[in-house]
Write a protein that binds this ligand. Sequence first.
Ligand code: FPP
Ligand code: K
Ligand code: ZN
Length: 519
Amino acid sequence: KSQQRVRFIKRAIAGQGSHDPSPASESLHYDQQQAQRPDFITENSKDKPAIVDDAFGASSRSVMSAKTASMIPDLFTTLPPIRDLLQTGSSRVQDETIQECLPFLKGADLNVQCNEHGVPQLDRPRHINFLHKSLRKLPAPYVAADASRPWMFYWALAGLAAMGEDVSQYRERLISTVQPIQNSTGGFGGGNGQLSHLAPTYAILLSLVIVGGEEALEVIDRKAMWKWLGALKQPDGGFQMCVGGEEDVRGAYIAAVILTLLDLPIELSRESPAWSREGGTLLTNLPEWISKCQTFEGGVSSRPDAEAHGAYAFCVLACLSILGDPHIIIPKYLDVPCLISWLSSRQYAPEGGFSGRTNKLVDGCYSHWVGGCWPLIEACLDGPSLGSPAGIQVAPLTAVGHLYSREGLIRYILCCCQDQTKRGGLRDKPSHNSDSYHTCYVLAGLSSAQHRWHFNTSATKTATGGMLNSAYQWTSEPIVEDLQIFDGADRVGTWHPVFVIPEGAAERAKEYFASKGGF
Ligand code: FPP
Ligand code: K
Ligand code: ZN
């Protein structure tokens, strides 16, 4: 047990930044550059102590100029100063993850060019190629993912569009793929002959909206969709994912997305399990049900009394931001300070990225699931921007600014999440292969760290007079800073903070359906 003890050691020679890795060395010194920030080692009789050098690790010293290394804050190159003494499986994989990420954060890879901030460029051509390839014929093992095929094309189309690719080339193929998997009873399955389910339905609707155009939007049987939503609506206010399936916050979010995007009526059909003589709509008790999913930790779980996870925090914040204006509806149904505390705890140093839940590891996809919560929380705290008559944005007087380290997230994404080989694509963490899911959500996270979103009172952009208009009052602007750690060419397109598709597409779809009036 004593060998698992964590000891704080100080630098052997003041100011020199060198360590004496011998466990016998217990001399206390201060590093003048990092005064009051002692490193720690985890003692282990056999292995070398887990010491991390300062920003100029031996391997990177040769490739990085002193100037570059000094542009990387110590926060992203050194171990955290405070550490729990208890060693567990979780703390071990956390230590391994830090060691896995540090060389990338230090720009130590000789094959990867970094800018003066130690950050590599976004390898746009390779990521674009990776996503185009994911839409072609896939290897045999993918049969196991057959029911996720709609997700595969949503991730690819959304990612490609955000990197500036013209995705209208996929319109015909998309239409002919999804037409047969729409069920006459409403909704889409994961593939031909499969039961309607909210997850593939969400992916398909968003894909159709991304490629856009009347022909694509007309594929959707809106009346059948409305009836099916009634069948999924539960007496307690939530939605099942499929008839007889699980009721969770994904269902709440996706149902709200469908209702607003397709401009469906919120009336409840008599056949719905939620129908009662007292009346009620598809939205009755939905925010109340969501409210029960916030846990003792401050985060949000998939359903009441489960474990908080970042993906569900996003579902809940985005769902509420469809049901009302964020600054009004979010504080009404969630304990915002507790949620902010939990969300803040998701960002780790030195990695810079987000984890999905307590005591778990950073993962690129949470750049969106957690990162995407911040614009909604910021709008909740800021209140609306006042749009001038000309539609020009006026920032709110009490802007809270950014509530997380955008620099940390951008560093994690560009340093650790890119596959820098011919393969391309973005990934969970360096030890994982890239895939289209992570490529999509890492890019969405990168975009949200590069832009500022405003929620506006005067919805100058929407011509819709109906229900559920809050989600169409967002406008964005690039964040421009004197000290920008990423290259200008690496700014990616903006993703709608609620629908997670390129900005403008949801607005066009909503307008199209609203102008039809009725089914
Ligand atoms: C844990 O996986 C993951 C979850 C509990 C939820 C994942 C859900 C989503 C990513 C999306 C839901 C939203 C919609 C709209 C469908 P893990 O144990 O492999 O990962 P972890 O260790 O990071 O928690
Ligand atoms: K994970
Ligand atoms: Zn992931």
